[in-house]
Write a protein that binds this ligand. Structure first.
Ligand SMILES: *[C@@H]1O[C@H](CO)[C@@H](O)[C@H](O)[C@H]1NC(C)=O
Length: 517
């Protein structure tokens, strides 16, 4: 029931009204005071910055408070049919690293392109800003193109003959080795069936015929291949790393023996491969004792009284030899772009091992498949690969910033300063006095006064990669510890840039033995 009242609200007495008014007044007064305080604080702060902003401390804070403190660097993940999920692990990692994912912006910091971007985005690629990074190198096809790689004649690649040009050589080779089997491949086509020579189409333009590794190492009777994630961070000088956190092992779904060329499941790895955790001898290591794929295989190999280091040394040698072989082509292709520093690339090198533990490089894949749609267990491998690759190249990093551009010298030096890249200082101080005269002598070239700005920038970058390498390990330049002999012949084959880079790592290894491996 409502009680009718005078001018005041029906549910408030006059006394209550007075009290209410007083409370409002107090609140308003309080708010005014607060506003005044805030204003005063703001004024004082401004004054403080006005008088102190030259101090280093002030500069750093101003840098942090600068426009867009909360803005995030922008990554553009590009690929056909992205909805099918094969780039999910890439976007997951970028998101966790603090990137904003966008497709239609000009101001991106990092482009992850599934396809080779240098034709489709040519206009963008020739106008990259210094801080923009792209996950491919111009000319990477010199390595990832199947024909180019197969016919390069490197010792760890099964011998291949271009069709139809080298038909006569192939026939002669086959005659000399009558027991040998061959596979025919082409760039677009994964037709990997073993055929008798007379069943092959030796006139097929753009294809090649390759020796088949007929005595593969088998685990529980299954043939397998191994995929090693490989990262090239610089081409001149050359720096290449592999991800050692794990390696992709894929087994054929059917046992190799009795061998039958008509049954491809015996010798070709397809989408429906047998994973490590289903191979009886590897399953206990993987499922029960927690090893990854590589460690499970290594443990199994040791149990056969064989030495896994032989395999991995050959793998590193093969990768190293491919990059040295193709380096000048990469340098040439990149010379059409303003700077090679915009680019890096992650590839997957696929190997087969024979029963003598000899390693054969089968192919190198641009944009290896990172989809775990088929095997959920591969999520961990793929996300660790992407995370480690992006960390190595400085796209994932501990410093928070709104983009990848350099904000200040202080910020850069905090991470890598000139003192961090100085090598052979004791030798230099004794033997390389005398300014530019001394710099003409080879043994003085790495002394600080002799370094060009460009060389310093390269070494700073190499230093940062070393700090950020996570599960990645360098294969080029060859680490001192893996190096049975940095023989004079090896060194002579290197370009001057690569010689200097190799020597710099040797100097760093003397300063800090983490650089030796
Ligand atoms: C990538 O791998 C997934 C899962 O194994 C598979 O479904 C898909 O077909 C593969 N994509 C390509 C392009 O090979």
């Amino acid at each position: 029931m409502m009680k009718a009242g005078g001018g005041s609200p029906p549910y408030m007495s006059k006394r209550q009204m007075q009290f209410f008014t007083a409370v409002i007044l107090v609140l308003v007064f309080g708010a005014l005071l607060t506003a005044l305080n805030v204003y005063e604080l703001h004024r004082l702060t401004k004054e403080h910055w006005a008088t102190e902003h030259t101090h280093a401390e002030g500069a750093a804070l101003a840098e942090a408070l600068g426009e867009n403190h909360y803005a995030r660097p922008v990554a553009w993940v590009r690929g056909n049919n992205k909805g099918s999920g094969y780039l999910t692990h890439v976007t997951n990692v970028l998101h966790r690293l603090g990137y904003e994912l966008a497709e239609d912006r000009e101001d991106w910091d990092f482009l992850w392109s599934h396809n080779y971007p240098f034709r489709e985005l040519k206009q963008t690629m020739v106008k990259l800003k210094p801080h923009q990074r792209v996950n491919h190198f111009p000319g990477s096809g010199f390595i990832t193109n199947k024909v180019n790689l197969a016919i390069s004649g490197l010792p760890l690649i099964p011998r291949a003959f271009r069709m139809p040009a080298e038909k006569a050589e192939l026939l002669a080779h086959a005659k000399k080795n009558p027991e040998m089997m061959f596979v025919q491949k082409s760039n677009n086509h994964r037709g990997i069936k073993i055929e008798k020579l007379d069943a092959l189409d030796l006139g097929a333009e753009g294809s090649f015929v390759q020796e088949f590794v007929h005595n593969p190492l088998l685990v529980d009777g299954y043939k397998f291949d191994i995929g090693v994630y490989t990262i090239v961070t610089s081409i001149e000088p050359l720096r290449v790393y592999i991800f050692e956190g794990d390696v992709l092992f894929r087994f054929c779904p059917k046992k190799y023996h009795p061998f039958d060329p008509e049954v491809q499941d015996k010798y070709v790895v397809g989408d429906d491969y047998l994973p490590t955790w289903k191979v009886p001898s590897l399953a206990p290591y993987y499922n029960d004792f927690g090893f990854g794929m590589k460690s499970s295989f290594d443990a199994w190999l040791r149990a056969q009284d064989k030495n896994p280091n032989l395999v991995w040394d050959s793998v590193r040698n093969a990768i190293r030899s491919v990059f040295y072989d193709k380096e000048s082509a990469l340098v040439q292709a990149t010379s059409h772009y303003p700077s090679s520093k915009n680019f890096f690339e992650m590839m997957r090198f696929d190997f087969v091992i024979d029963d003598d533990l000899k390693v054969y490089l089968m192919e190198a894949n641009m944009s290896p498949n990172l989809s775990s749609a088929h095997f959920k267990q591969n999520r961990l491998l793929y996300e660790q690969v992407v995370y480690n690759v992006l960390s190595l190249v400085g796209i994932g990093r501990a410093v928070h910033s709104p983009n990848l551009a350099t904000r200040s010298t202080d910020e850069d030096e905090m991470q890598a300063a000139v003192k961090d890249i100085v090598v052979f200082a004791d030798h230099c101080s004794v033997n390389c006095q005398g300014g530019s005269n001394a710099c003409s002598r080879i043994e003085c070239q790495l002394c600080l006064p002799c370094l060009s700005e460009d060389q310093k920038a390269n070494f700073l970058q190499a230093y940062l990669e070393h700090q950020r390498r996570g599960g990645c390990r360098r294969v080029v330049p060859q680490p001192i510890l893996h190096n049975k002999a940095h023989s004079a012949a090896d060194m002579e084959a290197l370009t001057p840039e690569n010689t200097l880079m190799t020597e710099w790592f040797r100097g760093m290894c003397l300063n800090d033995n983490s650089f030796c491996s």
